[in-house]
Write a protein that binds this ligand. Structure first.
Ligand code: PHE
Length: 359
């Protein structure tokens, strides 16, 4: 009898250890402890034993039962744990992988820099205004205080179109200043806008292309003065180049539509093939500016005794070249994908003054 119990115990423990999943384990349990299980049958057979043996064998069968129950519980826990392991491994998600593919396209440095400039001036309360690329003589020249036959009209190397308006040829705007006129004629003062856009002059070399980009600035109020002009532009230069130590110089100049007029230079160092902004003793011109001429204020129907302010115009391509160390302006417009991958910006990194203009 003892030998039978031991054999039964070994068999059951062996098949229990061999059970590969919870279903197989349940089958082992039923075959051992179920209503018709082998241990159950053994318990039932105890009644046939003589009373003196019955007690002792009964105890051994009880020990066996508890041992099998404990082994079942241990094995069940093991199988559950390994099932969980398998499931976790199968359902594992690598959260370090990007949810979307990295975008392939790049933002052109001109677009990037236009956004950067708009972000900085937006912080100073400037809205964005726009005007057409095809202009007429009035908006591009006359209202900006270029008298007829004035030599400054020639300075601009204007592209004139065959189409005419009021007997005058239409033209491709030579600067963004006509947006000043359009904006002021469209509604009442005060004004505080920038106007980025394309401009055209018949010119082409390392630093000039027939189409280029400017951003105009205009601020008109009852008491806007030269101090405001200087403060705005100095703050702008520091914010744009992301260096508060850049030297800024206002040098007297001439534009028909401003009086007084100035050009703004920033401190730089010129090496043999390099130009470093913010170091050295050289100067580099980056924009023209001045107090809006009373004749311009009059041309848009306002009284210069009541309204005054400043304007500026800056080459977007030029400051992009300076900030991002791009040596040849012509490459901007060659649509070379390798160039764009190298100098372009990620489309989701939108420039802001708080999170960083260029990351
Ligand atoms: N329009 C001028 C240019 O293209 C720049 C400028 C704008 C100067 C506004 C003064 C004021 O050179």
């Amino acid at each position: 009898m003892d030998a039978d119990i031991d054999r039964l115990r070994d068999e059951i423990l062996a098949s229990l250890a061999a059970a590969g999943d919870l279903a197989a384990l349940e089958a082992v349990r039923i075959s051992a402890l179920g209503r018709k299980g082998r241990v159950t049958e053994l318990t039932k057979s105890l009644g046939a034993l003589p009373p003196e043996q019955r007690r002792e064998v009964g105890q051994r069968v009880n020990v066996l039962k508890r041992e099998i129950e404990a082994a079942l519980a241990t094995r069940a826990a093991e199988l559950e744990a390994s099932a969980l392991e398998r499931r976790l491994a199968a359902e594992r998600i690598d959260i370090t992988l990007p949810a979307r593919e990295r975008p392939q396209g790049r933002i052109h440095p001109v677009s990037q820099v236009a956004e950067e400039i708009a972000a900085i001036f937006a912080d100073m309360g400037f809205a964005v205004a726009e005007g057409p690329d095809v202009e007429d003589d009035f908006h591009n020249f006359t209202a900006l205080n270029f008298p007829p036959e004035h030599p400054a009209r020639l300075m601009h190397d204007t592209f004139f179109l065959e189409a005419t308006q009021d007997g005058q040829p239409l033209l491709l705007r030579t600067h963004t200043s006509p947006v000043q006129i359009r904006h002021m004629m469209a509604g009442p003062p005060p004004y505080r806008v920038i106007a980025p856009g394309r401009t055209y002059r018949c010119d082409s070399d390392m630093t000039h292309t027939p189409m280029f980009h400017q951003v105009e600035g205009l601020m008109i109020g009852r008491d806007v003065h030269m101090g405001h002009l200087k403060g705005c532009l100095i703050d702008f230069v520091h914010a744009f180049f992301e260096r508060p130590d850049i030297k800024v110089r206002f040098r007297p100049s001439f534009f028909p539509f401003t009086e007084p007029s100035a050009e703004v230079d920033i401190g730089c160092r010129r090496g043999r093939d390099e130009l470093v902004v913010g170091e050295g003793a050289d100067w580099l011109e980056i924009l023209g500016c001045g107090m809006v001429h009373p004749n311009v204020i009059r041309a848009v129907g306002l009284d210069p005794e009541d309204w005054q302010g400043f304007a500026f115009g800056m080459g977007i391509d030029r400051v992009a070249m300076l900030k991002y160390g791009i040596p040849d302006l012509r490459t901007f417009f060659e649509a070379d994908l390798r160039w764009l991958r190298h100098y372009g910006f990620l489309p989701l990194d939108v420039p802001t003054t708080y999170a960083g203009l260029s990351r």
